[in-house]
Design a protein around this ligand. Structure first.
Ligand SMILES: NC(=O)c1ccc[n+]([C@@H]2O[C@H](COP(=O)([O-])OP(=O)(O)OC[C@H]3O[C@@H](n4cnc5c(N)ncnc54)[C@H](OP(=O)(O)O)[C@@H]3O)[C@@H](O)[C@H]2O)c1
Length: 251
């Protein structure tokens, strides 16, 4: 199958393209760096020619409220429109577990808008909601830092390795459209404060994590269960501790 990965040069996209090729598919990594822009439409028609599946793993260059909404709305509309013309039979998009519980955030309002455009379109689809990537854990700590302290709520979190996200998205892309949403997540649940403490310790980072029920997660209030998936989630195998040591020695 020809499978076009929009955002195919990114953290998830590059891993996904590799995995799809290993399964014998013709995977095209499409992004501004390869001459394909889902916002302006540049290169889209050519890229989608003969494609059976399009996987959207793009991210917005700006997370400012209006910019991120414009990015996901424009990009998704352009992709779905071009897919209809090209006769693409499956649109797969990567979203985030809990998106509908995190709408105080402009980023999640944009992801929710993306999901709703996909659901309303005529293209058969699968939405894959993943939990936070292990690779993203450091930036959670950085965002919540004030001086040498990191303020975090004790909300539950069930993160997963980017490599496992790519495998999960790949399995869905190679299968039939779900016309629905599936959740994927890591094998273990942590408290957010505890997870960041582990990450900082592995990095020998002296910042102190302060647990504060009123602290915010990326600027928004999160309830205890807002970030974790439901019981039907497909769980991956890589544990955070097993990922941490090789990730630290590769720095
Ligand atoms: N971070 C998390 O923990 C988490 C959890 C669950 C889900 N997600 C979702 O996972 C998705 C992928 O994240 P990621 O970390 O892999 O992203 P990333 O590494 O930042 O990569 C973003 C990709 O989007 C491409 N892109 C940017 N603007 C584009 C445009 N106008 N047209 C086409 N492609 C464009 C980039 O291309 P260039 O390289 O050419 O710039 C790059 O390939 C996001 O939608 C995010 O919401 C993230």
């Amino acid at each position: 199958m020809k499978i076009v990965v929009i955002g195919g040069t990114g953290l998830i996209g590059s891993r996904l393209v590799k995995k799809l090729r290993e399964h014998g598919h013709e995977a095209l990594a499409a992004s501004p760096n390869t001459g394909v822009n889902s916002v302006t439409g540049e290169g889209l028609r050519e890229a989608l020619k003969g494609a059976s599946v399009v996987v959207d793993v793009t991210n917005s260059p700006s997370w400012e409220d209006a910019a991120v909404l414009k990015f996901f709305e424009t990009s998704t509309r352009n992709l779905l429109g071009s897919e209809a013309v090209a006769g693409v039979g499956h649109h797969v998009a990567l979203s985030v577990v809990g998106t509908d519980r995190l709408l105080e955030s402009g980023f999640f309002r944009a992801k929710f808008a993306q999901e709703n455009l996909i659901k309303a379109s005529s293209i058969p689809y699968s939405i894959v909601r993943a939990t936070q990537f292990f690779e993203f854990v450091k930036s959670i700590g950085d965002f919540s830092t004030a001086g040498n302290k990191v303020l975090l709520p004790p909300a539950l979190i069930q993160p997963m390795a980017a490599d496992d996200v790519a495998s999960g998205v790949g399995r869905i892309a190679m299968g039939s459209p779900l016309n629905g949403t599936v959740e994927i997540a890591g094998p273990e649940r942590f408290r957010l404060d505890e997870l960041i403490r582990m990450d900082l310790a592995a990095r020998k980072d002296p910042r102190e994590v302060i647990t504060d029920a009123h602290a915010r997660y990326y600027g928004i209030q999160v309830s205890e269960n807002a970030l974790i998936p439901g019981n039907a989630a497909r769980l991956s195998e890589t544990r955070f501790e097993d990922w941490l040591s090789p990730a630290m020695s590769a720095r």
